[in-house]
Design a protein. Structure first.
Length: 751
C-alpha cells in the first residue's frame, strides 16, 4: 500500500485492532481485508449465489489503492465486536423531562459506539414558561444543553473517538438570544457545535430591517417580536468573536426532504453537512480525486470514466454498510433502513486542482467543482437505481418525492463531509477545502527540524529549479506563498492556501458544489484575523443568496483573543493598544493547595509541585531526584513561572513558552514522556489547570495533593480554551470542514 509514515501512525493509533495491553495486533492490509470482507457479506442477503469473494476483492482494491475510503467508524468497527459503522445520528428531543433524559441516554449509547449526534432543542419550552405538572417554571433549552454537554463529557467513546454534538435552535424560539450567547463563555458547552436554524421569513425581515415573531413551541402562539436585523447582527458578532454560532437554512433542508409528509428535518450531524430526520443515521464515504487523475506527457487530466466506475462501486459499498451495521438503538435501526440514506463525497479536491494547474479561487475552479460533483452524483444515482432493480427501492419510496420516477435504492446519495483523518490516510487535502498550509516544520527528538512539504508544490518548485530548504522554511513561517520573493507569479496564482482565498470564493465554491449534492456541504470559510464583522455579515448574506444550506466561519486567532474582546468596540474598530506600566505580582497567599508529580527526565527524576488558590495557579516548585539533573535551571524556571502567574500572565501563554523545549539528554533514552525539565513543568501545570477547569485526562495514576491522594481524572481533550494546538500531539490545529482537526495525528473535535 502506498501510504505515508504519518498515515501509518494515525492508523496504528486510531484504527488497527489492539490487544488488552494496547499492542497493535493488525496490519494495515488486514484492516482493509477485515472491512472489505464484512461489507461484501451483505450481497448474500439478496443473492444466495453472489460471489462474495470477488466483491470483497473489489472493495479491498478500491480502499488499498486509496481511491475511496468509508467513514472512520466503518474502518474501526467493521468485522469487530462493536460493529457500529455509522458516523452521524440525529435524535429527537421532546418537551418533557422523561423524553429529554431518554435522549441523553440514547446519545450516550451512540457516543460509546463511536458516533456523533445532532439535536434540535426547538421543541423545549422557553425559560420562565409554566410547568403544568408542578406549577414551577421551565429552565429553557440552554440549561438542558449543559446537561447534555456534561453527559458527553462523561462518556469515553470506545477508546477511539470522543463525543461530538450539534445543537440547533430555531431563530423564532423565545430563547434565541440566550442560545446565540451560550458559548460566549468558552468553558461551557464545550462538547457542542451550535447553529441557529434560520428561516426564509427571518432572512427577508433581516434584509428589510423588520421585526419578526417569536413562537411558543408548544402552543404556536406569538409571544413576542424582535428586530430581525438586530438578531442577525448578534449572530454575526458572536461568529466574528469565536466562530459560533453557525447558521443553517431550515426551509432549504426541508425543501429537499425526501419524505416531507412523514416528518420535518430539524437538525444535522455535528459538522452540518448531513440533515437527518429523527432517528436517522448516515453512512459516509469519500472518493479521492487525486487518484481519479491520469497523466500524459507530464500533464494531468481527470479520468471521468474511472470516476464514474469508482462512484458506482462506492454506492454499492455504502448500501451494503446499512445492512451489516450494528445500530446502537432499535429506533435508529428501523428508521435508517426506511430511507436508506447514504452520503458519498469527495476529498483531495484542492490537490486535484493543483495538479491541473487551476486556482481554487477562480471561476474555472468553481466550474470544475460543480462538474466533478455532478459526475459523482449522476453515477451514484444510476448505481442506486440498478441496486433497486435487485434489492427493491427504499421502503418509504412510495411516500417520497421520487414516487413518480424510477425506483431508487437510497433516499439520498451524496454528501460533502469533512475528511480530516481519512485525508491523512489518503495523503491528500481534506474534503472540498483549499489547502490549509503547504509547508510544515516538524520537530524531532534529536533536536533537529524536518520540513514537510506538499508533494505537488515540491515537485513544481523542483521542476523550476527553485526548491530549497530555506525557501520552505520561509513559506512555513509566512503561511502562504503570496508575498515571498523568488517564486514566479504563475505558481503563486495556483498554489493558494485557505487564507489567500477571499470569503466570496469560499462561498462560491460551496454553493457550486451544493447544486450537485443531495444533502449538504461541510465547509469552513476561513477569515484572516483582520476581518471585520461586516465581512462576516456579507458572507452569511452571500450564502443565503447563493442557496447554500448553511455556513460555518472561523476568523484566524479569534478564539485565542476572545478574552481581550469583551463587549463591543466603538465603530467596530480594534481596541487601542494597552498602555505599558509596571506590573507588581500579587503576594503569595498564606494557604494554597496543589499537586506534586514525579516526572522522568533524561537525567533522572524531577518532582514538580504546582499550587493554586481561589484566584488560580500561583506558584511552582521543583526538586530533583538522587540521579541529579539541572536543579538551578529548574528552580529558576519555576520561580519565573510563579512570578508570571501571580502577575496575570495567562496559563496558556506560559504553556506555549515551555512546551516542547528539548534537552539533549532526552535523546539518549526512548519512552520518555517529556523532552526537558521545562516541558515536564508545563505538563504538570497543564494537569492542574485542567483539574481546575473540569477537563478530564486519561492518566489514572493517583497524585499527591497536599498530603491527600486524589484521582487524576483529566482526559486530554480540546476545549474552548485550546484552539491553537492539538491536545494530543501539540501540532497546529486547522479549522476546516465545519470542524477542528489535526493533520499530524488525526485528532478531531467532531469525533
Amino acid at each position: 500500500m502506498k501510504i505515508s509514515d504519518n498515515a501509518k501512525i494515525v492508523l496504528e493509533k486510531r484504527y488497527l485492532s489492539k490487544d488488552d495491553s494496547g499492542n497493535v495486533t493488525e496490519t494495515v492490509e488486514a484492516l482493509f481485508e477485515r472491512v472489505a470482507n464484512t461489507i461484501a457479506q451483505a450481497d448474500a442477503i439478496y443473492d444466495k449465489n453472489a460471489d462474495i469473494s470477488a466483491l470483497s476483492k473489489q472493495f479491498y482494491d478500491m480502499m488499498t489503492n486509496l481511491e475511496f475510503l468509508p467513514n472512520s467508524p466503518t474502518l474501526m468497527n467493521a468485522g469487530r465486536p462493536l460493529g457500529q459503522l455509522s458516523a452521524c445520528f440525529v435524535l429527537p428531543i421532546k418537551d418533557s423531562m422523561e423524553d429529554i433524559f431518554e435522549a441523553i441516554k440514547q446519545a450516550a449509547l451512540i457516543h460509546k459506539s463511536g458516533g456523533g449526534t445532532g439535536f434540535s432543542f426547538s421543541r423545549i419550552r422557553a425559560s420562565g414558561a409554566t410547568v403544568n405538572t408542578t406549577g414551577g417554571v421551565a429552565s429553557g433549552p440552554v440549561s438542558f444543553m449543559k446537561v447534555f454537554n456534561m453527559a458527553t463529557e462523561a462518556v469515553k467513546q470506545g477508546g477511539t473517538r470522543r463525543g461530538a454534538n450539534m445543537g440547533i435552535l430555531r431563530v423564532d424560539h423565545p430563547d434565541i438570544l440566550d442560545f446565540i450567547d451560550c458559548k460566549k463563555d468558552s468553558t461551557e458547552i464545550t462538547n457542542f457545535n451550535i447553529s441557529v436554524g434560520i428561516t426564509e421569513k427571518f432572512m427577508q425581515a433581516a434584509q428589510n430591517n423588520e421585526d419578526y415573531e417569536l413562537i411558543n413551541p408548544n402552543t404556536k402562539d406569538i409571544v413576542a417580536t424582535l428586530n430581525a436585523k438586530t438578531v442577525f447582527e448578534k449572530i454575526v458578532d458572536n461568529a466574528w468573536r469565536n466562530g459560533e454560532p453557525g447558521i443553517i437554512f431550515l426551509d432549504r433542508l426541508n425543501r429537499d426532504n425526501i419524505v416531507p409528509g412523514f416528518a420535518e428535518i430539524e437538525s444535522t450531524n455535528p459538522c452540518g453537512e448531513q440533515p437527518l430526520l429523527p432517528y436517522e443515521s448516515c453512512n459516509l464515504g469519500s472518493i479521492n480525486l487525486v487518484e481519479m487523475l491520469k497523466e500524459e506527457n507530464g500533464k494531468y487530466e481527470i479520468d471521468y470514466k474511472k470516476l464514474e466506475v469508482t462512484a458506482k462501486l462506492a454506492v454499492h459499498f455504502l448500501d451494503n454498510v446499512i445492512d451489516v451495521n450494528n445500530y446502537p438503538i432499535k429506533e435508529i435501526d428501523h428508521m435508517t433502513k426506511q430511507t436508506r440514506k447514504i452520503g458519498l463525497g469527495i476529498m483531495g479536491f484542492a490537490d486535484m486542482l493543483l495538479r491541473l494547474g487551476v486556482a481554487y479561487n477562480s471561476d474555472e475552479g468553481v466550474s470544475l467543482g460543480k462538474k466533478v460533483m455532478g459526475v459523482v452524483n449522476k453515477a451514484g444515482r444510476q448505481e442506486s437505481e440498478e441496486l433497486a432493480k435487485i434489492r427493491g427501492a427504499f421502503p418509504m419510496f412510495d411516500q417520497s418525492i421520487y414516487k413518480d420516477g424510477k425506483p431508487v435504492r437510497n433516499g439520498t446519495i451524496t454528501t460533502i463531509a469533512p475528511t480530516g483523518t481519512l485525508s491523512i490516510i489518503a495523503g491528500v487535502s481534506s474534503g472540498v477545502e483549499p489547502v490549509f498550509a503547504y509547508v510544515f516544520i516538524r520537530n524531532v527528538m534529536d533536536n533537529t527540524q524536518i520540513i514537510e512539504v506538499s508533494p505537488v508544490l515540491k515537485e513544481t518548485l523542483q521542476k523550476r529549479g527553485i526548491y530549497s530548504d530555506d525557501l520552505m522554511k520561509q513559506i512555513a513561517k509566512e503561511g502562504t506563498l503570496a508575498h515571498i520573493d523568488g517564486i514566479p507569479d504563475d505558481i503563486k496564482e495556483v498554489f493558494v492556501c485557505s487564507h489567500d482565498i477571499s470569503p466570496e470564493y469560499h462561498i462560491k465554491m460551496q454553493a457550486a458544489i451544493q447544486t450537485e449534492t443531495d444533502n449538504a456541504v461541510s465547509k469552513t470559510v476561513n477569515f484572516q484575523n483582520s476581518a471585520t464583522r461586516e465581512e462576516v455579515a456579507e458572507v452569511y448574506m452571500l450564502a443565503y443568496k447563493l442557496d447554500c444550506k448553511g455556513v460555518t466561519i472561523y476568523r484566524d486567532g479569534s478564539r485565542d483573543s476572545q478574552v481581550l474582546n469583551i463587549g463591543k468596540v466603538n465603530n467596530g474598530e480594534a481596541p487601542p493598544a494597552p498602555i505599558q506600566q509596571n506590573i507588581t505580582p500579587r503576594p503569595r497567599p498564606e494557604i494554597t493547595m496543589g499537586l506534586t508529580e514525579r516526572v522522568q527526565i533524561g537525567c533522572g527524576n524531577l518532582y514538580v509541585t504546582v499550587n493554586y488558590d481561589d484566584n488560580g495557579i500561583c506558584e511552582v516548585f521543583t526538586s530533583t531526584g538522587k540521579a541529579g539533573g539541572c536543579p538551578s535551571q529548574s528552580e529558576s524556571t519555576a520561580r519565573l513561572v510563579s512570578i508570571a502567574l501571580r502577575s496575570g500572565i495567562s496559563v496558556e501563554e506560559i504553556l506555549d513558552q515551555l512546551r516542547g523545549i528539548r534537552c539533549p539528554s532526552t535523546v539518549r533514552q526512548s519512552g520518555l514522556k517529556c523532552t526537558s525539565c521545562p516541558d515536564a513543568i508545563a505538563k504538570v501545570i497543564k494537569k492542574v489547570y485542567d483539574l481546575q477547569n473540569g477537563i478530564k485526562q486519561v492518566d489514572k495514576t493517583p497524585a499527591k495533593v497536599q498530603g491527600a491522594t486524589v484521582e487524576k481524572n483529566v482526559e486530554t481533550a480540546i476545549n474552548e480554551k485550546m484552539f491553537k494546538y492539538c491536545p494530543e500531539c501539540g501540532s497546529p490545529l486547522e479549522h476546516e470542514g465545519g470542524c477542528i482537526s489535526c493533520r499530524n495525528c488525526g485528532y478531531s473535535k467532531c469525533g
